[in-house]
Write a protein that binds this ligand. Structure first.
Ligand code: FES
Ligand SMILES: [Fe+2]
Length: 418
């Protein structure tokens, strides 16, 4: 049973006005856990390359629910609640590792790598005291399991029995975006985590909004990695996803200048003390050097030059989320390529040259909207009838996000567009 939908008066059906209270209210956050993160969606949880061996595991979250993702003895993938079926303690407290069994520290109930209960201390009493009755069945007390599916080593999980097959949920061209980035075996290079004191949906908006990149990020504007005058390559603007790509040529300085005339973030006389930061080798033969794909509700996959990463949005409260970055390269990378990827890792992450302003912008919003929840943000850039498929510079994809969100949440006006 879903809790009742919070009453939030949305002033329009098209997603062009978003009441600020969806970013601040605890009841909205609680409803999201049920209607979205435990709703008919696929939540990104891990990369297979993070748990390559039998009994490897990683702890993560679906919404704010703690989860263990694990590879069983037979190689199969599993996801289950990281919350003891006895009295609710966190079972696995490590971020990742290898364990045949996950033992709860409190009274030592023990679960295997599929989440089944396999050990209960004093089950048949100790010195005639305690114990469980003869009909106690361990199989009824395992950790709650989620359905799991993997596409090219990207693992998703869902609580909901009616979630459509992963391939149907992702659909083209998101499948193509995943298949492109994970076209050959990957090697995880590391992780970064950052707490942002803002609502998780502000980050969803941010990654569906390519046109802020040259306006907010001085590094982008000055060094031309991402410009509003770039040609869009591929992409998708469906309600539960957004994907966009662009190329970066040898003419970037000219292009940066012409694309940023009158833009105060562009500093013509800046150059890099170490130009090798932006010198890499193409990973793909399609010429695309920037590709950002956001998949509802909590995943962004990115290629920025040679920096490849997943970004996992982990909501913590109405006004706080964690951003969890997993950097990777390919198994066949030589040392030079790994060094290049690690150097370019400075572009993104909590202090990334082209991403540190995003969390700041989000916190600027969150701080300013604590009052006046019935007032709205304004999303009409590009026009209300902008073509979802063509306009890289616009807010149509964000409006589509909000219509889909409102539909899943049961808010009025109804959305539900897929
Ligand atoms: S709470 Fe886990 S064994 Fe008691
Ligand atoms: Fe940004």
């Amino acid at each position: 049973m879903l809790r009742e939908a919070p009453v939030i008066p949305w002033p329009s059906r098209d997603g062009s006005r978003v009441p600020f209270e969806v970013f601040t209210r605890a009841d909205v956050f609680a409803r999201e856990q049920e209607a979205i993160f435990r709703g008919p969606v696929w939540n990104y949880v891990a990369l297979e390359a993070e748990i390559p061996q039998p009994n490897d595991f990683k702890t993560t979250f679906v919404g704010d629910t703690p989860i263990i993702v694990s590879r069983a003895e037979d190689g199969s993938l599993h996801a289950f609640l990281n919350r003891c079926a006895h009295r609710g303690a966190t079972v696995q407290r490590q971020a990742s590792g290898n364990a045949r069994q996950h033992k709860c520290v409190y009274h030592q109930w023990c679960y295997n790598s599929q989440g089944d209960l396999v050990g209960v201390p004093y089950r048949r009493a100790v010195a005639g005291m305690g114990g469980y009755s003869a009909d106690f069945a361990p199989k009824d007390h395992g950790l709650t399991k989620l359905r799991v599916a993997s596409r090219k080593g990207v693992i998703f999980a869902t609580f909901h029995p009616d979630t459509v097959a992963l391939e149907e949920y992702l659909d083209e061209p998101l499948l193509a975006a995943i298949d492109r980035l994970f076209s050959r075996p990957i090697k995880v290079l590391g992780h970064m985590r950052q707490r942002v004191r803002g609502n998780w949906k502000l980050y969803s908006e941010n990654t569906r909004d390519p046109y802020h990149a040259a306006l907010l990020h001085g590094f982008h504007a000055t060094f031309g990695l991402y410009r509003t005058n770039q040609r869009r390559v591929g992409g998708s603007d469906r309600a539960r996803a957004h994907s966009t790509g662009a190329t970066y040529g040898d003419d970037w300085r000219q292009a940066a200048q012409s694309g940023n005339i009158g833009q105060d973030k562009f500093v013509a006389n800046y150059s890099l003390a170490d130009p090798s930061l932006l010198e890499g080798r193409p990973d793909f033969n399609d010429g695309v050097t920037v590709s950002i794909t956001s998949i509802f509700p909590c995943l962004v996959i990115q290629q920025i030059m040679n920096t490849l990463a997943t970004r996992h949005i982990r909501p913590k409260a109405a006004d706080e989320f964690e951003l969890y970055w997993t950097y990777f390269g390919y198994e066949d990378d030589d040392e030079q390529m790994i060094a290049c990827r690690l150097k370019q890792a400075n572009l993104i992450g909590p202090a990334g040259l082209i991403s540190m302003e995003d969390s700041e912008a989000i916190e600027l919003i969150q701080r300013a909207i604590v009052r006046d929840g019935h007032e709205n943000s304004f999303l009409e850039f590009g026009g209300l009838h902008a073509d979802l498929g063509k306009d890289r510079v616009g807010e149509a994809t964000i409006r589509a996000f909000w219509r889909y969100y409102a539909g899943l949440m049961g808010l009025s006006p109804a959305g539900g567009e897929a």
